[in-house]
Design a protein around this ligand. Structure first.
Ligand code: ADP
Ligand code: MG
Length: 246
């Protein structure tokens, strides 16, 4: 479904992603972990077409189509969804108007209301929140739930969750992952889950875990590597991989 080949990405002339390769098939869950500043969020942005992020070299293919130069809107229409590490606030636009706009080609006006209410209920989102400005004054956890609300309504084929789990209370964490797992089961989507949480395997069952370091995936493994990370941190893995390459 997604294939990234030898990708190099620059931000303001700084090389951030340096030769990254990644292949994701339909219905797979890939967890990406790695130290702060490794390029995890940059990777999620570049797949989603964020402006000013320049692809210096390499290819991003989605269902064999080159998406390097597509706009965020075009990429979203292909079925790629990104939940932001830091969801943005939009003053002056209510949640409801925002959702109505992003969903206008997907649902008829008549059913839209019902659909949105139904998903709000699933996520334990207060309906009154729909009439507040988008994310303005919402708590961190509420903002993350608003991201999942958009995901469940847009029905993407590839879901990228950038630290969806940071700062969430245990009940919200359970609720969010219950909904994500249900969605995955029903629609057979693929997931990229960026996280620092070594307890992530309690909530989802990844096919692969990748360690991103210094703009590159230095190791791909099954979920067992997470126990090593929990025990030893990243240092040991980075050292071992460096040794192998020298
Ligand atoms: P991660 O999500 O893995 O913690 P990021 O992808 O956010 O890391 O950042 C990777 C590196 O790119 C960091 O060193 C960060 O400071 C740098 N970076 C991110 N955005 C910009 C920017 N707009 N200008 C310059 N450097 C940036
Ligand atoms: Mg990040």
């Amino acid at each position: 479904m997604l294939e990234i080949k030898n990708l190099y990405v620059k931000i303001k002339n700084n090389l951030i992603i340096k030769g990254l390769n990644l292949k994701i098939k339909k219905n797979e869950i890939h967890v990406i972990m790695g130290p702060n500043g490794s390029g995890k969020s940059t990777l999620s942005y570049i797949i989603s077409g964020k402006p000013k992020y320049i692809i210096d070299k390499g290819k991003i293919l989605f269902n064999k189509k080159l998406i390097n130069n597509l706009s965020p809107y075009e990429i979203s229409k292909l079925g790629i969804f990104l939940s932001f590490q830091y969801p943005i606030e939009i003053n002056g636009i209510t949640m409801y108007i925002f959702l109505k706009n992003i969903l206008k080609n997907k649902y008829k006006n008549k059913v839209l209301f019902k659909k949105i209410y139904k998903v709000c209920k699933k996520l334990n989102i207060n309906k009154n929140n729909l009439y507040r400005y988008f994310n303005v004054g919402f708590s961190g956890g509420e903002k993350k739930k608003n991201e999942i609300l958009q995901m469940l309504l847009l029905k993407p084929k590839l879901v990228i969750l950038d630290e969806i789990d940071s700062g969430l209370d245990i009940d919200t964490l359970n609720l969010i992952f219950k909904n994500i797992n249900k969605y995955k089961k029903k629609y057979k989507c693929s997931l990229i889950i960026i996280t620092h949480n070594t307890n992530i395997v309690k909530y989802i069952n990844p096919n692969y875990v990748h360690i991103l370091y210094n703009g590159k995936i230095i190791k791909s493994s099954n979920k067992n590597i997470i126990y090593n990370i929990d025990k030893y941190g990243y240092k040991k893995i980075i050292k071992n991989e460096n040794k192998k390459n020298n």
